[in-house]
Design a protein around this ligand. Structure first.
Ligand code: GNR
Ligand code: NI
Length: 173
């Protein structure tokens, strides 16, 4: 069990594009486990590599309910291969932007292709919260945050709040 610190807005690593994973080796498996440990501890329903400063295209999720056994999902080099025309609006939050929640519109259903921890290529369709979460996490791999979909007024308000907290943090050391 290795929990890692989660980077917060406005850390520039959250705005960088992550690199493809070349090979699913023991290092990647250990990273996936650290990411799951960090996500469960937070707690959150998803986590992307860049959120712990690992600039690799890997995401982890668990959409199981509290009264259900854990159902960890690890996706390496995930790609959205299709999306529905119908759109859903869901309240989103982000572990890198704590205590902020806003409604975001996204395609309701997607198809995703990725490599799993055994190195196999997997294609699956996703709906509901899983579809939203996959899109939120893949955005992280491209330096995109859900606040980017808000009006400029709302986004700037969030940015300002976290820039100020960051300044105070640095001053305090
Ligand atoms: O824990 C999380 N909850 C959440 C809720 C609605 C839509 C997306 C998410 S993902 C988030 C964890 C996170 O920041 N992942 O990057
Ligand atoms: Ni997030």
């Amino acid at each position: 069990m290795a929990k890692r610190p989660i980077l917060l807005l406005p850390d520039p690593r959250l705005r960088a594009v992550a690199d493809p994973v070349e090979k699913v080796d023991d290092g990647i498996k250990a990273l996936a486990q650290d990411m799951l440990d960090t996500m469960y501890d937070a707690p959150g329903i998803g986590l992307a590599g860049p959120q712990i400063g690992e600039m690799k295209r890997i995401i982890v999720m668990d959409l199981s309910r509290e009264d259900e056994p854990n159902d960890p999902i690890v996706m390496i080099n995930p790609e959205i291969t299709g999306m529905s025309d119908d759109i859903v609006s869901t309240e989103e939050g982000c572990l890198s932007i704590p205590e902020v929640y806003y409604d975001v519109e996204r395609p309701a259903e997607i198809s995703v292709r990725y490599t799993d921890l055994d190195g196999n290529t997997v294609e699956r369709d996703a709906t509901d919260r899983l579809a939203v979460c996959i899109q939120h996490e893949i955005d992280h791999l491209d330096g995109v945050l859900y606040i980017d979909y808000l009006s400029r007024l709302k986004r700037d308000r969030v940015l300002k709040k976290f820039q100020k907290a960051d300044r105070l943090n640095k001053k305090a050391g």
